[in-house]
Design a protein around this ligand. Structure first.
Ligand SMILES: Nc1nc2c(ncn2[C@@H]2O[C@H](COP(=O)(O)OP(=O)(O)OP(=O)(O)O)[C@@H](O)[C@H]2O)c(=O)[nH]1
Ligand SMILES: [Mg+2]
Length: 303
């Protein structure tokens, strides 16, 4: 009697790519079942690659959240877009997210062109389907299937979770056979210091407007584990001009207090311990040209 074939152990990388704001980070969090990546309504939130690791059956799927791909202007933009493309190129599979409520915008069009140029197959996920009507969805799928060599189209809502389990299962089966690269309980490769800085940056994006989110960056300067189990975290918010510093501080320090309070609450949830968070705002006109700032984000300065 033939015995059942053992299920092969599989492991691989899946890059989540797409135009800014298409919902990559939301989906990463949903796929992993834990908030790892920051999410805001503003485009260009994610600045660097972040791994989120999931287990599905006998497969370990290493998801790579990437910055949105757009036409870069400055050095930081270039480094972000380069990080996204290298995330895609290093991965076993790429999952291209298209915001169904926006359709194929210019950024998505360019991504499709470059994928086609490279002859790279990509799996397409139409995201945010909770926002649009079914007829529009069908039209959009037809338009996209004419665009290139796409694998099954998934229609999902990263926010609500519709279709996400199908994507996970499908990808699990496509991972190459091989041993798991991370311990079973590891969810990310990101250092805690970086995730902590991201949490504060999320609040900067959510609570400040206009150019400020883009004119600022956050770094964890000190991390001190206390004997009583709490942690003391000191962070610097870099801005480019004194006027921006004044806005981040707010009247009587109100704004920075609110940013700190929300970030601290979020950190306590993530780290499951008490957090003492100290935020400092520094003006550094050229942080955006500063090699150290890029290194703190894990970005290539010369991209
Ligand atoms: N309605 C709806 N909103 C979504 C969905 N997925 C993401 N969003 C929202 O879209 C916005 C952008 O989501 P992100 O996950 O930050 O998008 P992103 O692709 O990571 O963006 P960048 O990092 O800037 O490239 C947020 O306001 C999310 O709440 C979805 O399935 N449905
Ligand atoms: Mg993102």
């Amino acid at each position: 009697m033939a015995s059942a074939q053992p299920t092969p152990i599989r492991c691989g990388y899946v890059a989540l790519i797409g135009a800014p704001n298409s919902g990559k980070s939301t989906l990463l969090n949903r796929l992993v079942g834990r908030k790892l990546a920051i999410v805001t309504p503003k485009p260009q939130t994610t600045r660097t690659r972040l791994l989120g690791i999931a287990i599905e059956g006998s497969s370990q799927i290493i998801f790579v959240d990437t910055p949105g791909i757009f036409t870069p202007r400055g050095r930081l933009d270039r480094a972000m877009v380069a990080a996204a493309w290298s995330g895609a190129e290093d991965a076993d599979e790429t999952l291209l997210l298209v915001d169904a409520s926006r359709g194929i915008d210019q950024d998505t069009r360019r991504i499709l062109d470059r994928l086609a140029e490279r002859g790279r197959r990509s799996i397409l996920a139409l995201n945010k389907i909770d926002l649009i009507r079914r007829e529009r969805l069908l039209g959009l799928t037809e338009e996209l299937s004419r665009e290139g060599d796409f694998d099954p189209n998934f229609m999902i809502s990263g926010l609500k979770g519709d279709g996400v389990q199908d994507v996970r299962r499908y990808l699990a089966g496509r991972m190459p056979p091989g041993p798991w690269l991370f311990p079973e309980d590891q969810l990310s490769d990101a250092p805690e210091r970086l995730i902590a800085a991201e949490v504060t940056r999320e609040q900067v994006f959510l609570q400040l407007h206009n150019e400020l989110p883009y004119a600022s960056t956050v770094e964890t300067e000190r991390w001190e584990d206390r004997p009583n189990g709490s942690v003391r975290i000191e962070q610097i918010i870099y801005v480019q001009r004194p006027g921006q510093r004044a806005i981040v501080l707010g009247e009587g320090g109100k704004r920075i207090k609110a940013i700190g309070a929300r970030a601290r609450a979020e950190l306590e949830r993530m780290l499951e311990r008490r957090v003492h968070l100290f935020l400092f705002v520094k003006v550094r006109e050229d942080w955006i040209e500063d090699r150290e700032r890029f290194e703190a984000l894990g970005l290539d300065y010369n991209a």
